[in-house]
Design a protein around this ligand. Structure first.
Ligand code: PLP
Length: 434
């Protein structure tokens, strides 16, 4: 469910015409819907209403402080993976007691920053990291709450690059070793407090079974730890719930909630979740302008002013993003009040099969391949849908392209929540040798 819909043959973000934003802010630009973000958080949180739980939104997914602030105001905690994300979260108003810190490579200064902030817990991913946190906490005369991220060896049935819970993945500690580490920490690492067990098996998961498999394994770990006198208060089951990009059907948060609640009944823990994509994915679009069209001998190309540096997912994972015309060509293409789907044939509408590509000097710089599309012309605006997650947050300056502006729409108003970068921003901190 999102609030990017056609009204009178024009694409709107809530009650603001996308065309208007593109005119005032320029392209490429990201547009997020406030109402969609708030609704996604509420739907997730409500799914766990009946049990003790804490939602810790995954900052890396969409890190803009305006987006973070919407979740935080609704009661969310955050899952961070770097000192930079901790800084952002605090700027956005996060409560330190609702911060969990994940990631395989936490630096000493980052651990120190998190300890001084007083975060809830570290999700520890290696025995060496566990000892490092103990040592740093000792030096700062603080106690560090921790969970071990266990690698449950379950197949999340998703893209290999976003599958994280298999033995071959770099994440977490394998089950038996994890139990030994908890025992070692209890006996030897006096500045640590075991609080939870953590697992995160991957992203864009569209079935419930991998989550349930992982839960069964973590439940066994909790039972084993308790039998050794190690009390566990939190079960962090990570993020990973998928969304619809094309025709995938991911379980609704309420279904996911029911399955998780059933599986953890009587366990006596507070559940922690680290959802990201499901919060932000369909709450954002990337708007680009068509620069040129070109008929090759093999293919048609639509060349737009956004590129892989703005949205890397197609290049990285071959991901599908729906593409819609912001102002569909005449004759009106809304039939019987139904939103016209530009990825389906409609009689009378000029259509082509084309690749949508950006200006970057890489063949991997594309948004769509061999896609049926309306006949975009130079100057037309296009919306690349479902770009709210892993969109701007993965963007770069490759080819010395200033990063796009980000815009938040709320009702009939919009605000630039991150200015488009300038050429001067591109060389910030650089210098020529004397
Ligand atoms: C990326 C990540 C998440 C968020 O995953 P989604 O699939 O976007 O929900 C949660 N936890 C950890 C540890 C992550 O690395």
């Amino acid at each position: 469910m999102h609030f990017f819909t056609y009204k009178k043959n024009k694409l709107y973000a809530e009650a603001v015409a996308v065309e208007r934003i593109a005119k005032e802010v320029g392209t490429p630009c990201y547009i997020y819907s406030h109402k969609t973000l708030a609704r996604h958080y509420a739907a997730f949180d409500e799914a766990f209403e009946s049990v003790p739980h804490l939602v810790c939104y995954s900052v890396k997914v969409n890190s803009n402080i305006a987006a973070l602030n919407i979740f935080i105001k609704a009661g969310s905690g955050v899952d961070i993976v770097s000192g930079g994300e901790l800084f952002r979260a605090l700027k956005a108003g996060a409560n330190p007691k609702k911060i969990v810190y994940s990631g395989v490579g936490k630096r000493e200064d980052e651990i120190e920053y998190a300890l001084k902030t007083g975060i809830l817990m570290f999700n520890v991913e290696s025995p060496e990291e566990l000892r490092a946190i103990n040592r740093i906490a000792g030096r700062l005369k603080r106690k560090a709450g921790f969970a071990i991220r266990v690698n449950p060896d379950v197949d999340a049935k998703t893209h290999p690059y976003i599958s994280t819970g298999l033995k071959e993945n770099k994440f977490g500690i394998e089950t038996n070793q994890a139990i030994k580490e908890y025992v070692y920490a209890k006996n030897k690492l006096k500045n640590l407090i075991p609080l939870g067990v953590d697992c995160h098996i991957g992203s864009q998961i569209t079935e419930l079974s991998p989550f349930i498999d992982a839960l069964k394994k973590t439940k066994n770990i909790i039972a084993s730890l308790r039998s050794k006198g190690i009390e566990i208060k939190y079960l962090d089951i990570g993020g990973g719930l998928g969304i619809t990009y094309k025709d995938e059907v991911a379980p609704h948060p309420s279904k996911y909630g029911k399955a998780v609640i059933d599986e953890t009944k009587g366990l006596g823990v507070t559940l922690i979740f680290e959802p990201g994509r499901v919060m932000a994915g369909n709450a954002g679009i990337l708007v680009a302008k068509v620069l040129y069209t070109k008929q090759g001998t093999e293919k048609n190309f639509i060349i737009v002013d956004a590129a892989m540096n703005d949205l890397a997912r197609p290049s990285l994972y071959g991901s599908y993003h729906a593409i819609k015309a912001v102002t569909p060509p005449a004759p009106p293409l809304i039939k019987g009040g139904r939103e016209w789907d530009f990825n389906k044939r409609v009689a009378g509408g000029g259509e082509i099969v084309a690749d949508v590509v950006g200006p970057i000097c890489e063949s991997g710089d594309f948004f769509a391949k061999d896609r049926e599309l309306p006949e975009f012309k130079s100057g037309d605006l296009m919306a690349i849908m479902s770009a709210g997650a892993y969109g701007f947050s993965m963007s770069s300056n490759y080819n010395s392209r200033p990063r796009a502006a980000e815009v938040m729409v709320k009702g009939n108003k919009f605000s630039v929540i991150r200015q488009r970068e300038t050429y001067n921003d591109l060389i910030k901190g650089e210098k020529i040798l004397k």
